[in-house]
Design a protein around this ligand. Sequence first.
Ligand code: GMT
Length: 377
Amino acid sequence: MKIGITCYPTYGGSGVVATELGKELATLGHQVHFISYAMPHRLTHFFKNVYYHEVETSSYPLFEQQLYGLSLTSKMLEVMEYENLDLIHVHYAIPHAISAYLTKQVLKQNNSDVKIITTLHGTDITLVGLEPSFLPLVKFSIENSDGVTAVSRFLKEKTLTNYNIDKEIEVIYNFIDTYLYKPDNKKKEQLRKNYVQNDEKVLIHTSNFRPVKRVCDTIRILSIVKKHLPVKLLLIGDGPDRSDCERLVRDLKLNDDVLFLGKQDGLEELLTMGDVFIMPSQSESFGLSALEAMACGLPVVSSSVGGLPELVKHNETGFIAEFGDVNRMAKYTLDLLTNDRKYKKFSENARKRAVNVFDKKLIVPKYLEYYEKVLGN
Ligand code: GMT
């Protein structure tokens, strides 16, 4: 197949899923054309069968706002003209799905066609898409995609009810390369020497530090756990809430206990040095970073919002608690860190669940089957 993929190229989970999917499809022999405003950050080097088309935006003084959606449509049309794609798969509805729809309409004028598949990832449905300025277009673009997938059952239900849509939506979970993301005790020991003392436990959180992630809650959880055992919190990533978090750390006098590592590549290595992964989000359609941690053998203590209960099996691969309930999350964390047998069992369960349910070898074929279905093959 010849497949176009549009996604946000930066650090967000939707871009990661889109890029890893494209790389896998290319490995399977399909031709993949990424169309975006920058090179997706996981396209680190040359991959056979992968092409990248950069969307240029105009900075003409009349346009106070950038017209990205229109520039993207033009680039999709250009790629279609020269590459004759079978389908365009857009990740994150806004504005990608509407640009793809426009592309399809222009092609129709020339008696040509392309199938459009939209994958809904999270805040495109639960937050941004609900803003009155976006809602009608998000609804329209979902209704007029040839195929729609959602990354959890939760997100599918939210889409159908919040937008009053009557459309088949296929649930295809996020996936992980469990060969790359795996427990590694040797690496764990080496890395820990750089950050923590021998007897200290390590809590890890990775995110883009947006308010929905509630990163400050990870610090509150640490401050409770720390009263009972030596422990450090590694915060990986950056974003709007970082300054608030740093302020809270100073207020609670936890300067030596919370390490801000900023944006990092090579997460698969850093995660191996953690003991428990903390995800206290207020909204989370799936929780890809929790899956990355599970694949590395880290039990997850998370909130119970959105699609998280579909990923984290309570009292088996970790624990879930109501969002904001830092006392309960701290209690669960302590329970894991003070009971070696339980910890070992949960760690094994987390790894097993990642391998048996969410490995890329199981999920990527589901996308391919869905492509075939939409193409009518
Ligand atoms: O919806 C977002 O906030 C953006 C998106 C992203 O690009 O990071 O995140 C969502 O997509 C991920 C990949 O499918 C999911 O694992 C995340 O749970 C989801 N984020 C939220 O729902 C907040």
